[in-house]
Design a protein around this ligand. Structure first.
Ligand code: ATP
Length: 346
């Protein structure tokens, strides 16, 4: 039995099913990210776990107890939602102490735990300030301290860094990950940012149109996407629809090498840009470079080929020898190709 068990969780608003039979087992201390495009049902799922939205059907069990019908304030979960703002008229310390007051924790213990929680998020000296006297990142950390101070069994985070700039987000990712590891607190976080999910999560739950598309560790999911959606939502991918015929994959009359043992018949063929290299000898397809983009640590090239536009990427180790307008050959190892059922469902 896992620590948190979600089984067949479904939410229907009027005629529309926005979360469809969502099931997930979360181990104690695990960090899970719900990832997916806007409107795919991530927040609704988290709100059902938090107890703010009543499921149409399904079950939630925490440490063996069925909490599906338990009121949100009785679940004792730590919650950091973007809309869950700090109380502006209370100091940082009062904000953090609020949940303890609600739980009737005695004043002396409250004071100790507030100091402890502020220290966890490196805001030891900020207790007397008001939220308006803090930066965005500091406010987010107060929100986190406020959730952690109650020592919740599960921490629920909904885009908690949505309002921060890229640099601050990156710093907060590292802090949050370290803190979560140190406290060993079971965490579920909603994000639509794939880099955020890959940085933070032990496991990513990829959602699309209310359904779970794929669950896996970030590296595994990146390397082995189960379909077109997963391959293009998590990173970039070249995806072609066609058929495996013997040892080849045939797209628009062009033969591409299929990985050994690929199942015959209609499939999608997926190859990541960084798995493709420029080659004069033995090129699989040829084309002309229509764009070259510098992204700091790597370059991305768009190449117009008989299969359509393709992308290739290479690390920024040397100045690139290929430029816009050049005719190039592209080569990749068939073992880096994924053959999946058309439109995803493997
Ligand atoms: P985002 O990343 O944009 O926050 P999300 O994946 O978190 O998106 P949800 O907020 O869970 O998505 O919404 C899923 C769908 O449910 C959306 O189409 C939304 O319009 C719909 N929805 C959410 N709440 C309600 C509600 N109270 N009544 C009707 N429809 C709702």
């Amino acid at each position: 039995m896992n620590f948190l068990e979600i089984e067949g969780l479904t939410k229907q608003f009027d005629e529309t099913i926005v979360v469809d039979r969502f099931s997930l087992s979360v181990a104690k201390g695990e960090f899970v990210c719900l990832l997916g495009p806007s409107g795919c049902g991530k927040t609704t799922t988290l709100q059902m776990v938090a107890g703010f939205v009543k499921p149409t059907s399904g079950r939630i069990r925490l440490d063996g107890q069925d909490i599906t019908g338990v009121r949100s304030n009785q679940r004792g979960l730590g919650i950091v939602f973007q809309s869950y703002a700090l109380f502006p008229h209370m100091t940082v310390a009062q904000n953090v102490a609020f949940g303890l007051e609600m739980r009737r924790v005695p004043a002396a213990e409250r004071a100790v735990r507030v100091v402890e929680a502020l220290s966890l998020v490196h805001l030891d000296t900020f207790g007397d300030r008001y939220p308006r006297e803090l930066s965005g990142g500091q406010r987010q950390r107060v929100a986190l301290a406020r959730a952690l101070v109650i020592r919740p069994p599960v921490l629920l985070l909904d885009e908690p860094m949505g309002a921060l700039d890229a640099k601050l987000r990156e710093a907060m990712h590292i802090e949050l990950r370290a803190l979560q590891r140190r406290l060993g607190i079971t965490t579920i976080m909603v994000t639509h940012d794939q880099a955020e999910a890959m940085t933070l999560a032990d496991r990513v739950v990829l959602m699309n149109r209310g359904c779970v598309e794929q669950v896996g560790q970030p590296y595994e999911m990146y390397e082995q996407p189960n379909g077109r959606f997963a391959s293009t939502f998590l990173g970039r991918a070249n995806v072609f629809g066609g058929s495996v015929i013997d040892d080849d994959f045939v797209v628009r009359g062009v033969k591409l090498p299929a990985p050994s043992g690929a199942p015959q018949g209609k499939h999608d063929y997926i190859v990541r840009p960084e798995k493709i290299e420029f080659a004069e000898q033995g090129a699989i397809v040829r084309g002309s470079v229509s764009a070259r983009v510098f992204l700091g640590n790597h370059w991305v090239f768009q190449v117009e080929t008989p299969l359509g536009p393709m992308q290739t990427a290479c690390p920024n180790s040397n100045p690139p020898s290929v430029g816009e307008g050049d005719e190039v050959g592209l080569l990749w190892d068939p073992k880096n190709v994924r053959i999946v059922a058309p439109e995803g469902k493997a």
